[in-house]
Design a protein around this ligand. Structure first.
Ligand SMILES: [Zn+2]
Length: 953
């Protein structure tokens, strides 16, 4: 009886599996019925396939997938001669990125000539006014329309699909005229990998009835979300640092075309409306007034089009333009950047507080109408805009601009990899770079620390970038040490901070290349143009001699870390020399990587491995025949030739972690090293076999570890593991007992005296003076000095606590502060003495003598007028010194005081292993190459240099 019942109950289920459609109920309504207006409402050539042809839904009703968009574009390129498709890049996941040129057939056939004319108009050193005017008369307007750089901001790319069709298929005179007047370059889908990830999640979370709830998964997607690309990079922060293939290809093409406008169509919060138009302050001061003027004109036209249709919109508000790494880097090159921010409807539409539901199709329509309106405004004003552009180009090379008498100089470095990377980024922006083979005497130079030096001699082989050249505004925007921020902006920012801890700054307030890259540079207040030659990368030497006893690469070069990592992966035994040395008359820096013939008796093709690895990495390698270092210099059998250990790396991630920091850690391994590693879902570490790894990276996160996870990690470290944590994860580890002796400042006040004593030991060790008569005096000295007894004020614990709470309100949100390095620690190989640290609201680390404070915040600078110790919160500054903290960007004095002398990077033994804590995120945007080197040292050298090596028998 029972059995029979079950069988009967299963019957309908079995049956329903054959009639799929009836398995689910019909919804009572469809989101496609929400919006009945037709986006494509003109007269169209029937020989061109409509967008619907390539979709399995009506155009604009849902999100087109990257492959659907690709199919449409490729098919149209066969159907129309008003269109030319160029693949400008491939994403990491091998999806094509297209620039779709649309114009009259005649213009399409002479695209190369048009481009040549644009390039001519860009260099006012080469042509005069009358030639320029002729070019302007002849040139069609040029627009670059780019969509959906954030993969989950989908409506833009759908609008692009309709726009391409509309422009090539319309038989309306207005459109045909437009195409004879202009070249429209549509960049329909700037981040196909992110879009694909999001489109997939739309499929996965789709139910029967539409979801108008913007909190539901179909609207949000899940970790790591669709915004970013394959390695979770925000592509809209990458336009100057150019780390990703999508941006590299795109910028190369935009910079050839120098369009008059560049539309960058995004989406924002679902309960918002539509934002466009020029930014509010802070606006980067290198942007010309003309750009701002034209921005207003375009916004007005766009606004009145929205008014006509009863669509709400706004301009300004949260949109600021200080950071030059958005798409609006083009503003500094004379192109007007136009931002769209459409509220995000994620396919189904969203219920709004006023009770209406806004549909996805309407959001696509907004983007479509905005683009067409901008094209019309451009068509009407192209000549005048070209004229302004030309005036700008003339100003840039004249001696009358504010940039004319300024040059940036990057001091010589042995770090070939990094200086070459910088040169490539600058050349990608058409910036001209030079070098000097004579010393140049200059005056009143500005150092990165902010100090001015009356007289300075520029060493030979510096990299010199005179700011008087065609791309002057951009050069200044990306190389000046400090971006100017108006007092009014500072006032508003401080008000916002004081009132509710908010900020009016949308991105980092510091971004200049030399600090980002950890390269020592100066600004010279004059136009350097004599005795200069074109800067060229220095040639590579591959000298791998069979007879040598060892081969070496320079440790100051970042590629040396990759060299070591890649050889170890191939089971070559590698050493590192932890002190500057001179062997076989070759002098190399500490951190240089050495391969000894005798360490590798069983590696058959050792010399070719060494030489191929170096060749691939473009790093010079030298053969050394003698292991004898004169006097105190290291010899090859001594303790300075330290053995490395092959890193076996895992990167933790997933829910609870910053996808940016996870992604950039992952990317850094793949980009810089290219060696094997595992990405782990952190939820498995409680029961995973962690013995497979000797190095675990914990990117920034806000996830606390469970007790089981904590003890698994602790056991693993005790047995010799290297744990490397960043920012939020560092904070979590500090809050979990007995992981580390390092503390957050808020938990340290009762021990502040001890922290100060340990700090004074470090200071005194930096600048040690020994009085021989006292040392050799046999009598007890009754007048011994104690540094902490000489400071003027002592601050009690309660006051310290109160002050810290107050100061913590003012923490920076992306500014450079100076880091003073422990130059004897292996983590600082390849690092300049004062390293700029990109700093935000990070945990303020307190390190005593139980851990190594490898980098502390603040650079001591001489001030003879100060003849006593001075107290700063918990610490004292030795007499004769000031402490420089801020280097660039907005750092309130309260924050400088709070973080002064705290640690940015600590290393501490734990059992046979170690814990390495970064207060910040060392790999920020794949661009903070200065701190990235510290991280690479930790990842590749950590297991060998900071743990007890496992001698397997
Ligand atoms: Zn966006």
């Amino acid at each position: 009886m029972k059995i029979r019942n079950i069988t009967l109950a299963l019957l309908p289920l079995i049956f329903s599996s054959f009639t799929y459609a009836s398995a689910l109920s019909e919804p009572t309504s469809y989101s496609k019925d929400l919006y009945t207006e037709n986006i494509l409402s003109g007269n169209y050539d029937s020989n061109i396939d409509k967008p619907d042809t390539f979709l399995d839904f009506g155009y604009g009703e849902r999100v087109a997938s990257p492959s659907q968009i690709t199919n449409a574009i490729l098919s149209w390129s066969n159907q129309s001669n008003k269109l030319k498709v160029v693949e400008y890049a491939r994403s990491h996941e091998n999806r094509p990125l297209y620039a779709v040129y649309i114009s009259s057939e005649e213009n399409i056939n002479r695209l190369d000539d048009i481009k040549k004319d644009v390039i001519k108009l860009s260099d006012a050193r080469e042509i005069n006014d009358s030639r320029a005017n002729k070019l302007i008369d002849k040139l069609p307007a040029i627009a670059w329309l780019a969509y959906s750089i954030h993969g989950n901001e989908t409506s833009g790319a759908d609008a692009a699909l309709g726009l391409i069709y509309h422009l090539i298929a319309s038989t309306d005179k207005e459109v045909i005229n437009m195409l004879s007047d202009m070249v429209v370059i549509v960049d329909p889908m700037m981040n196909p990998d992110g879009r694909d990830r999001f489109a997939k999640s739309l499929e996965q979370y789709r139910g029967v009835a539409p979801s108008y709830d913007d909190q539901s998964l179909i609207h949000t997607g899940d970790w790591p979300y669709g915004r970013t690309n394959h390695y979770y990079f925000d592509l809209n922060r990458d336009w100057i640092y150019l780390t990703q293939p999508e941006t590299q290809g795109r910028v190369a093409l935009i910079n050839q075309w120098r369009p008059q406008i560049l539309v960058d169509a995004h989406e924002m919060g679902p309960q918002d409306t539509f934002m466009t138009g020029p930014a509010r302050e802070p606006i980067n001061k290198n942007m010309s007034e003309n750009i701002i003027k034209w921005g207003n004109i375009f916004a007005q036209d766009q606004g009145s089009e929205f008014d006509k249709r009863d669509w709400r919109f706004y301009t300004g508000e949260w949109h600021e333009d200080l950071y030059p790494g958005y798409s609006f880097y083009v503003n500094f090159r004379g192109t007007l950047g136009i931002l769209y921010e459409q509220s995000r409807m994620a396919e189904d539409g969203v219920k709004r507080p006023e009770g209406t539901i806004q549909s996805y199709k309407e959001s696509v329509h907004h983007q479509f109408v905005s683009s067409l309106t901008n094209l019309k405004t451009l068509q009407n004003n192209s000549n005048e805009m070209y004229q302004d552009y030309w005036d700008g180009r003339k100003l840039n090379i004249s001696n009358g601009s504010k940039w004319a008498n300024q040059s940036f100089v990057i001091l010589p470095t042995k770090n070939k990899k990094r200086i070459n990377t910088l040169a490539n980024k600058l050349k990608a922006q058409n910036i001209e770079i030079y070098t000097n083979n004579k010393l140049i005497k200059v005056k009143n130079i500005l150092k990165q620390s902010g100090d001015v030096k009356d007289e300075f001699i520029i060493p030979i082989n510096s990299m010199i970038i005179p700011n008087r050249q065609p791309e002057a505004p951009l050069i200044s925007a990306i190389l000046e040490f400090d971006a100017e921020i108006d007092n009014e902006v500072l006032k508003k920012e401080r008000q916002a901070t004081l009132k509710n801890g908010s900020s009016i700054m949308y991105d980092t307030t510091a971004f200049n290349f030399t600090m980002m890259y950890g390269l020592d540079a100066i600004t010279v207040p004059e136009f350097l143009n004599e005795d200069l030659e074109e800067w060229l990368p220095s040639p590579m030497t591959i000298n791998v001699n069979d007879e040598a006893i060892m081969w070496a690469v320079e440790g100051d070069d970042d590629s040396s870390v990759s060299f070591a990592a890649r050889l170890m992966e191939q089971d070559v035994v590698v050493r590192i020399v932890d002190k500057d040395f001179l062997l076989s008359s070759k002098s190399l820096s500490r951190g240089s990587v050495i391969v000894l013939q005798m360490d590798n008796p069983n590696v058959k093709n050792l010399t070719s491995l060494v030489s191929n690895t170096a060749t691939n990495l473009n790093i010079s390698v030298f053969s050394l025949d003698s292991g004898f270092g004169e006097k105190e210099l290291p010899d090859w059998g001594g303790r300075h030739f330290r053995l490395l250990n092959k890193p076996k790396i895992a990167v933790l991630g997933h829910n609870g972690f910053s996808s940016y920091d996870v992604g950039v850690s992952w990317w850094s391994l793949d980009h810089h090293l290219g060696i094997r590693h595992s990405l782990l879902n952190t939820s498995i570490i409680g029961y995973a076999d962690l013995r497979r790894y000797n190095t675990i990276i914990m990117p920034s996160g806000y996830r606390s570890l469970s007790q089981g996870e904590t003890s698994a990690l602790k056991d693993w470290i005790e047995q010799g593991g290297t744990l490397i944590a960043h920012n939020g994860s560092t904070r979590r580890l500090l809050s979990q007992d007995s992981f580390t002796s390092v503390k957050e400042i808020t938990k340290s006040f009762d021990l502040s005296h001890q922290y100060n004593v340990d700090l004074q030991r470090e200071f005194l060790a930096l600048d040690t003076i020994v009085d021989e008569t006292k040392v050799n005096n046999n009598k007890v000295d009754f007048e011994l000095n104690y540094p902490w007894e000489k400071s003027d004020t002592k601050i009690d614990i309660d006051t310290l606590k109160k002050r810290d709470k107050w100061q913590s309100l003012f923490m920076p949100s992306g500014a450079f502060v100076s880091g003073r390095i422990d130059s004897s620690h292996w983590l600082t190989f390849g690092t300049i003495d004062t390293i700029p640290l990109l700093y935000s609201n990070y945990p303020v680390l307190m390190s005593d003598s139980r851990s190594n404070a490898v980098i502390r915040i603040g650079e001591l600078s001489v001030n003879d007028k100060v003849d006593s110790y001075r107290t700063l919160n918990w610490s004292d500054i030795p007499s004769g010194n000031d402490l420089n903290v801020r280097m660039s960007g907005l750092v309130w004095p309260e924050a400088s005081k709070r973080i002064a002398n705290s640690a940015y990077l600590t290393q501490e033994r734990y059992g046979k292993g170690q814990i390495i804590l970064f207060s910040g995120e060392p790999n920020f945007r794949g661009s903070s190459l200065g701190t990235n080197r510290l991280w690479l040292n930790a990842v590749v050298y950590g297991s060998g240099l900071g743990t007890t090596l496992n001698l397997s028998l």
